[in-house]
Design a binder for this molecule. Structure first.
Ligand SMILES: [Zn+2]
Length: 172
């Protein structure tokens, strides 16, 4: 089932999310629905607060090439264990901030631990786009958006555009 995605500014996108204590069928269904919503958007990552659920859950799949096999990852309680000193810059966007893009600098590689949909502990090192995406999504769980890395003026400009967009959507 496709879920509605919250658009910034929304107080739920600014909250620190709660750890998931135990997996349940409801949470697994939520994760599947989030993947469906992400692919449909289309996007390469989605965090639970973006669909109004304040739990530490993200989904990602950075395989954008139609010919390649998808690699959907469901991550409960994802945690960054280590970050590289090397940095990389990506032009980021966000499904909660439609059609707005800006360069963000982050560690080039990160080691991440999480619980998968079967309750297994996982650990993996990501680099490139995967590293950027996972960091972007984990930020969401801490109430942080990619525009928070931008200069205040640019951030305010984007926020004003989103306020206008939401007004137009409410009227439609
Ligand atoms: Zn985002």
């Amino acid at each position: 089932m496709k879920l509605p995605i919250l658009i910034h500014p929304d107080p739920r996108l600014k909250k620190v999310c709660d750890p998931v204590p135990d997996l349940s069928d409801d949470l697994r269904t939520l994760a599947k629905d989030m993947l469906e919503t992400m692919y449909d958007a289309p996007g390469i990552g989605l965090a639970a607060p973006q669909v109004g659920v304040l739990s530490r859950l993200i989904v990602v799949d950075c395989i954008k090439d139609e010919e390649s096999t998808p690699r959907p990852l469901i991550m409960f309680n994802p945690e960054i264990l280590a970050s590289s000193d090397d940095l990389s810059v990506y032009e980021e966007g966000c499904l909660s901030i439609p059609d707005q893009f800006a360069d963000v600098t982050r560690p080039e590689a990160v080691k991440v631990a999480w619980i998968d949909e079967n309750g297994n502990s996982k650990e993996e090192e990501f680099d490139g786009l995967w590293a950027t995406c996972v960091q972007h999504e984990i930020d969401h769980l801490n109430g942080k958006l990619f525009i928070d890395y931008l200069k205040p003026l640019k951030r305010q400009m984007i926020t004003r555009k989103m306020v206008k967009l939401k007004r137009e959507m409410a009227r439609a």
